[in-house]
Write a new protein. Structure first.
Length: 260
């Protein structure tokens, strides 16, 4: 297709698989990685940085007119350019460094302030989730569907947590969920868990604060699947992060109430 957004979407498929292959190579050689701490339960490895640098380089070569916002290298041109690539080279760094497969590469594209598409690739499981305004939600090219549950008892809800959230906040969410007869899940990757919502493995997802690079791609995939989320980009969510609430339209109000 000649549409410039769809051209980027097609380009991103090859891009994310190449980045995933690089990250997987590091994952298979964990003992040789250099790791640095960014704070409590927040680490970065050379795998994160080198994977992001590869993505950044390939985007700059193909679309030099676009801005870039990566977790490791920060924002470049996001205040002056219409198109913005939002990238997390390895979402779930702690699982990655622990030898657990629940990590992924996440790439989203925003144009004129509107989320256009997202791709999330889990290299260890070779699962590529994708979708956007002009493309259906898919897993490895096949259509996916949300869970059809209408109550918290109909499935499992993923509850995200990070050190920007007070422990009592997540405890209150878990308490409400369990008292309602629900069950919780956490795998260390917000992007991957949100994709599990999109493909029906999870009923919903909630986190009191999450950064844009951790969730924008998966939000696009959920929307393409017909799911509902809060307006993440409100109040400069791109730069500041925001809460994230996601589920099918029927169960969304019950999930939203968990953080009210």
């Amino acid at each position: 297709m000649s549409d410039p957004i769809y051209q980027r979407y097609s380009f991103a498929h090859g891009l994310i698989r190449e980045a995933g292959a690089l990250a997987l190579g590091y994952f298979n050689e964990l003992g040789s990685l250099t790791v640095k701490s960014k704070g409590l339960q927040d680490v970065v490895s050379e795998a994160d940085l080198q994977t992001e640098l590869l993505i950044k380089k390939l985007i700059a070569g193909a679309y030099p007119e676009d801005a870039f916002f990566g977790e490791e290298t920060g924002p470049v041109g996001i205040d002056s350019k219409r198109g913005i690539w939002v990238v997390d080279p390895i979402d779930g760094t702690q699982p990655f460094l622990s030898g657990i497969s629940s990590w992924c590469v996440s790439i989203a594209f925003v144009y004129d302030g509107e989320l256009q598409f997202g791709l999330v690739y889990a290299p260890k499981d070779d699962e590529l989730f994708a979708g956007g305004l002009q493309a259906p939600s898919t897993l490895n090219g096949r259509p996916i569907e949300l869970q059809k549950g209408t109550e918290l008892t109909d499935g499992v809800v993923s509850v995200g947590y990070n050190n920007r959230i007070q422990p009592e906040t997540v405890i209150a969410t878990l308490e409400q969920l369990l008292e309602a007869g629900g069950m919780y899940h956490r795998n260390g990757s917000g992007a991957l868990s949100l994709c599990y919502v999109a493909c029906g493995r999870l009923l919903g997802y909630v986190e009191s604060h999450i950064n844009s690079w951790d969730c924008l791609a998966a939000i696009a995939i959920i929307h393409a699947a017909g799911g509902r989320t809060n307006d993440f980009l409100a109040h400069d969510g791109l730069s500041n992060g925001n809460a994230i609430i996601a589920g099918n339209p029927a169960v969304y109000p019950a999930i939203e109430a968990l953080v009210s």
